[in-house]
Design a protein around this ligand. Structure first.
Ligand code: PBG
Length: 325
């Protein structure tokens, strides 16, 4: 006799009875691009519906998030001035530092997560300090990352999220935080971050494309599968509290592997290219946008993600509000 799997799929009540994958608004983290300057609200051409805001117009976005019940935000900065050493990244009056102070003064609901990286702040667009051959110097870059983390903490950041992929950054940052009495700020580390073409639209959005070469000497190689667990274990050892896996959809196997191995919070980052592909197909009328988006959200949760960073957070929150989860 064969097993009749269809018995548990017969109607919605029984399907809902046995289901075990859930998503809630609390799981969503919304990325926001903040540009230095005044009166800016510019849509990113390759990411319809996503804007860069200057601080004086940021409330337009934040008020909407409050209404939708989205409380976690991930900030990226676009400074006016860039240089070879990313000095604007740790300017106490830099765009992110000012934005965090603004948000903390005006709102009391937001969990403010600050991405830490040099690529938006360097003139060459790489994620660190270069040597004369254009190679990113690891240990020199750590100093910049730690100073940046500390300046975000001083501004009032709730969480810092290093995305640079330098070795030893978690330890360096957690030491710098602890030495300055910010020992209670969690580190959400991009421990598993592949060198990916899915970041393409983000580099438009954040003005952070490398001026030459690529990021393959620091971001992970998707043709090699053995270092994901090792990266996570090492970041945990160095003091990471939450782990990000990125991109998401093409890397569900990695999310699953990490979640099987470690009892820690895992965040899936559904990156810019994933957003743009679905948006474009939706604008063409080729797919049912929200059905596709929700299916992807459940896939990430099923793989083991606790939370999801997604440019679709607002649409997902609206969808959840209007339907039974
Ligand atoms: C900064 C950073 C990037 C993303 C997040 N942090 C770009 C990159 O590494 O090139 C990509 C996010 C996205 O594509 O949505 N290093």
């Amino acid at each position: 006799m064969f097993k009749r799997h269809r018995k548990l799929r017969k109607n919605e009540v029984i399907r809902n009875l046995v289901k075990d994958v859930y998503i809630a608004k609390e799981d969503l983290i919304y990325p926001i691009f903040i540009e230095e300057g005044e009166n800016i609200k510019n849509e990113i051409p390759s990411m319809p519906g996503i804007f860069r805001y200057s601080i004086d117009r940021l409330s337009e976005e934040l008020d909407e998030l409050v209404k939708l019940g989205i409380n976690s935000i991930l900030l990226f900065g676009i400074p006016k001035n860039k240089d070879a050493c990313a000095t604007e990244a740790y300017n106490e009056n830099g765009v992110i530092q000012n934005a965090v102070r603004f948000i903390k003064e005006k709102y009391d609901n937001f969990l403010v997560i600050c991405d830490i990286c040099c690529c938006e702040y360097t003139s060459h667009g790489h994620c660190g300090i270069l040597d004369e051959n254009g190679y990113v110097k690891n240990d020199e870059t750590l100093e910049v990352l730690a100073k940046t983390a500390l300046s975000y903490a001083r501004a009032g950041a709730d969480i810092v999220a290093p995305s640079d992929m330098m070795d030893g950054r978690v330890e360096k940052i957690s030491k710098a935080l602890a030495e300055n009495r910010f020992e209670n700020i969690p580190i959400m580390a991009y421990s598993v971050k592949y060198s990916s073409a899915f970041y393409g639209p983000f580099r438009d959005a954040a003005d952070s494309a490398p001026q030459f070469g690529d990021r393959k000497s620091y971001q992970m190689n998707f043709q090699y599968s053995k270092d994901a667990i090792d990266e996570v274990a090492e970041d945990l050892r160095q003091g990471a509290d939450i782990i990000i896996v990125k991109p998401a959809m093409a890397y569900l196997d990695v999310i699953k592997k990490v979640s099987d191995k470690f009892e820690i919070p895992i965040v899936a980052y559904s990156v810019s290219g994933e957003y743009s592909m679905v948006k474009a197909a939706a604008q063409k009328g080729w797919i049912d946008e929200m059905k596709i988006v929700m299916e992807q959200m459940y896939a990430m949760k099923r793989a083991g993600a606790n939370a999801i960073i997604t440019y679709y957070a607002k649409e997902v929150a609206k969808f959840l509000e209007n339907s039974e989860n």
